[in-house]
Design a protein around this ligand. Structure first.
Ligand code: GLN
Length: 197
């Protein structure tokens, strides 16, 4: 397969770090700000940042439904932290008017770790990632309160689910894009390569 083209949702958040991590993982990466820019993408990353702002901007820029359609079409999507919140079917401790795209049958609690500890790093063993634990960077991070039968838990930390996959949607509570270690991005690029196009 030729090099996959992967977009990074660039409404808000740590877009540049994902673009770099993807480019260093053998993908063509480009920022996505408008619905038309979803055209021709083989996959999409939703970055870390602030999910309430991301939700608001997605509504303002008319991106909410196009993004939902992208996920529904079975296109590979990877959400980190705020991005994990965006791909949750159900959200706890969100703002009242906060929208998610859905995609993973899970209940995510926003700022769950944040209440205990604003920001920390921890070694996380993640299924499918060879070479030992990844350095999990958690920043006001959500955790997954529960998953449905079709979602697979890939990692837990301190008894809480912090990485899940359902079909072509991947989500982590932590930020691999902020470490120099691109194994999780390589895993996602591989998911994109294997996805039917
Ligand atoms: N707490 C943020 C939110 O609600 C997520 C933080 C992050 O992405 N680092 O979106």
């Amino acid at each position: 397969m030729t090099t996959p083209t992967i977009g990074v949702l660039a409404l808000q958040g740590d877009v540049r770090e994902h673009l770099t991590a993807l480019a260093e993982s053998d993908a063509l990466a480009r920022p996505v700000r408008r619905a038309e820019e979803l055209e021709g993408l083989d996959g999409l990353v939703i970055p870390g940042g602030e999910s309430t702002t991301m939700s608001k901007l997605a509504v303002v820029f008319g991106m909410l439904e196009p993004l939902r359609a992208f996920v529904r079409a079975g296109k590979p999507v990877y959400g980190t932290c705020a991005g994990m919140i965006m791909v949750a079917d159900k959200l706890l401790d969100g703002r009242e008017d906060q929208e998610t795209l859905g995609g993973v049958d899970m209940i995510v609690r926003r700022n769950a770790f944040g209440r205990q500890n604003e920001s920390f790093e921890a070694a996380v063993d993640m299924a499918g990632i060879p070479g030992g634990p990844v350095d999990g960077v958690f920043i006001r991070a959500p955790w997954v309160e529960s998953v449905g039968a079709s979602a697979e838990v890939l990692a837990t930390y301190d008894g809480h689910t912090v990485a899940v996959r359902q079909g072509n949607v991947l989500a982590t509570s932590f930020h691999p894009e902020l470490t120099g270690d691109h194994r999780v991005h390589a895993f996602f690029v591989d998911m994109v390569r294997r996805a039917e196009r």
